[in-house]
Ligand binder design. Structure first.
Ligand code: ATP
Ligand code: FE2
Length: 329
């Protein structure tokens, strides 16, 4: 029987707590996102936010799951990759909980958690993951016993680029959804640099070029439309190449940007053209969340992984392919 597991996520903006029960069902998934009043994400301020909300979110998760804290049998947390102060705050909470409940602790890789919650809840079995969030943009697939990165951004994450662009254009923080809405009203495809280098992508030049278009007086709607068409086409291209390279006929979306309908449509069309299928987890499991951390901790523990408190130091640059995948053939 599987173990009642509580997972804590805190790699960046979001502090999330999730609980997975003994039938391996998600029975709680609560979160609180730090939203800076102005400017970008300050890691220290986000970490302060996480420290302020973590205890009450743990209580809220147990209420949602209708379990008693004393029934929790395993605690997991995101060990990395992410922002140091945020990671350490979540890890500290996890260690304190593990020690006080006298239950084992497992630190997990955040990117691998996005893959595993998708495999668990969408019905795909061996997908290539297009992981497009604020801080991350990677194409990940299982190959030779590891989750390997087949393509990634060489500068900023796609969501951070959209958020920064939105801020410069006066659209407020968390601009992805606003840009998506504006793009629906755009119809003119403006010229922006299409930056695919081998299997990797780059976004910073596109942002600079988009701001220059605004200075020239182009409509926000057309800029939003052109940015989306350009960056999503880049993602579709490298995802397709990765799928062909490793021979996967499933593509899974993960990360906050996977909420975008235009991105979904483009990836779905690409997949259908190659006789493949696209899968997208529920919104709350797609964005950063504690349930996926609980889930991965649970299956790692079941497969024999054990950690001491001494093994739970956070790793800001924890690479997907450093994880020994003991739970898959
Ligand atoms: P990570 O630590 O995984 O990088 P994160 O803190 O950036 O995560 P997520 O919740 O995965 O968190 O993603 C947030 C990002 O998703 C933001 O940059 C936001 O603008 C973007 N986003 C959300 N909805 C949309 C949308 N509809 N279209 C485009 N981008 C979106
Ligand atoms: Fe994430």
């Amino acid at each position: 029987m599987s173990m009642l597991t509580l997972g804590i996520e805190g790699t960046a903006h979001t502090l999330g707590v999730g609980i997975v029960d003994t039938d391996r069902k998600v029975i709680a998934n609560v979160l609180d996102m730090y939203r800076p009043a102005e400017g970008g994400l300050h890691p220290r301020e986000a970490a302060n936010h996480h420290g302020d909300v973590v205890a009450s979110l743990i209580v809220k998760a147990t209420e949602e799951a209708n379990v008693n804290l004393s029934e929790i049998e395993l605690v997991s947390f995101s060990k990395g990759p992410g922002l140091g102060p945020c990671l350490r705050t979540a890890a500290t909470a996890a260690r304190a909980l593990s020690c006080s409940l006298k239950v084992p602790i497992i630190g997990v890789n955040h990117c691998v958690a996005h893959v595993e919650i998708g495999r668990a809840t969408t019905g795909c079995t061996d997908p290539a993951l297009l992981y497009a969030s604020g801080g991350n943009t990677q194409i990940i697939a299982f190959s030779n016993g590891k989750y390997r990165i087949f393509g990634e951004t060489i500068d900023v994450g796609i969501g951070n680029m959209l958020d920064k662009l939105g801020r410069e254009l006066g659209l407020g923080f968390y601009a992805g959804p606003t840009i998506e809405k504006l793009a629906l009203e755009g119809d003119k495809l403006l010229n922006l640099p299409y930056s695919v280098k081998g299997m990797d992508v780059s976004f910073s030049g596109i942002m600079t070029a988009a701001l220059a278009l605004r200075k020239k007086g182009h409509r926000l709607e057309d800029i939003a439309y052109s940015v989306q068409e350009t960056v999503f086409a880049m993602l579709a291209e490298v995802t397709e190449r990765a799928m062909a390279h490793v021979g996967k006929d499933e593509v899974l979306l993960g990360g906050g940007v996977a909420q975008n309908t235009r991105l979904r449509t483009m990836i779905d069309e690409m997949a259908k053209e190659r006789g493949a299928r696209m899968f997208v987890p529920d919104r709350r499991l797609c964005m950063d969340n504690g349930a996926m951390i609980a889930w991965l901790g649970n299956i790692m523990y079941e497969s024999g992984v054990r950690m001491d408190i001494a093994d739970t130091a956070v790793e800001q640059r924890f690479r997907t392919d450093e994880v020994n995948v003991t739970w898959r053939d």
